[in-house]
Design a protein around this ligand. Structure first.
Ligand SMILES: [Zn+2]
Length: 117
């Protein structure tokens, strides 16, 4: 598999790094799923629930039992993990696990670390 890779491309873009930066549909889908799993792990750590209970339609506060401090810590953990800044106006709109997935995908896949200050 590695033999097939274009040399100049593979210098910086081998394996994981190709996967990280590639915007092809297959990598985006794979990355999306991996990202959802990572986010679910972060949510389960912060909410203190089993990762199996973390589903897209679950609401952080009503279903997973987060309080406002848990959600703030969750947002901070996501900011750390993906090296982005999530403004309050955005985090206040996020109520469910699925909304976190969607939000993080738009923030992380379209702009890398993003133009946000
Ligand atoms: Zn790709």
């Amino acid at each position: 598999m590695t033999k097939f890779e274009n040399k100049s491309f593979s210098v910086a873009m081998t394996g994981k790094e190709h996967f990280t930066w590639c915007k092809c549909i297959m990598c985006r889908k794979k990355k999306g799923r991996a990202m959802e799993e990572r986010i679910n792990q972060i949510i389960s750590d912060n909410a203190g629930v089993n990762i199996k209970e973390v589903k897209p339609d679950q609401r952080l506060i009503d279903d997973l039992g987060c309080d406002s401090l848990d959600t703030v810590e969750l947002i901070m953990a996501l900011e750390d993990e993906y090296e982005i800044a999530i403004p309050d106006v955005d985090s206040e709109k996020i109520k469910t696990v699925g909304e976190i997935h969607e939000y993080m995908k738009t923030r992380v896949t379209t702009s890398g670390s993003g133009p946000m200050m």
